[in-house]
Design a protein around this ligand. Sequence first.
Ligand SMILES: [Zn+2]
Length: 319
Amino acid sequence: MITIKILKSAALLTFMAFTSTPAQGQDLLARQAPVDRKMKAVDSIVLNRLIEQEMFENPSGDLYDEWSNNLTHYSGVTLPDEATIDLRGFCMPTESRVVTSNFGARWGRQHKGLDIKVYIGDTIRAAFSGKVRIVKYEPRGYGKYVVIRHHNGLETYYGHMSKQLVRENEEVKAGDPIGLGGNTGRSTGSHLHFETRLCGVALNPALMFDFRNQDVTGDFYTFRRSKYAAESAQATRLRGANAGKNSSRFSSDADDDSELAIAAPSASFAPEVHLHKVKKGETLQSIARKCHTTVDALCKLNRIGKNIRLMPGQILKYN
Ligand SMILES: [Zn+2]
């Protein structure tokens, strides 16, 4: 893809080289060798500078053709059927190894990212080098969030932060602090909502990032439309929430897309509400015991009667 840009720069250079020396045009053939050498010298300095300039102004511009500080998600861009993403030079966005919510279908809606347990004030870092596209506050969604476009084509999203530490159009290096962990927006319990998007399409971050092992899944990740669904499901099994041991407890620091999530008006000070996923055989009594609360409190919070028949998979709030 990048070759298109290089060619564009080279074509411009060639044009400049020939038009700026019209007198040499006639004996061009005779002077072919010197011109070639001259072009080579120009090549290495100016061409590199031009490419760098283009990449700085619009990282991965060959994929996006657009740079906006307003559009949170690009919709008019076409995701290629196949694309290889260079994961080298990464930095894990947080040191936390705890995935609390997976990418994909959740509570009847699509969760477009991974939720990672972080505490208010924890440092959140840029996953790759790139340029900050969006720094905004969305009280009913991402909360205080940052979007960065990277040279490898990805855009990464960091949501629910308590503080943003970068500005729009700022260039960042992988590992630079970009914000602090928080609980802003539609969030119950402090956590980082982390998205990886290619051409505006959210891809399962577990395909690329292994938070449990604080590593990427390889030097490269190749997205293939035909294999994506199966690979995404496998990545969640391998690296998602509840993938390892201690999977009996449904951790509930979760967010945004869910109707169950509480919109927090003054996010950092909102009371923490926890969620429990009902398992087969559980009763209100056993859940109350497990969650250190009472049946009465559970009923009141969830607006249910004491004799309700619980269904496995049902979500209950508790404090
Ligand atoms: Zn989330």
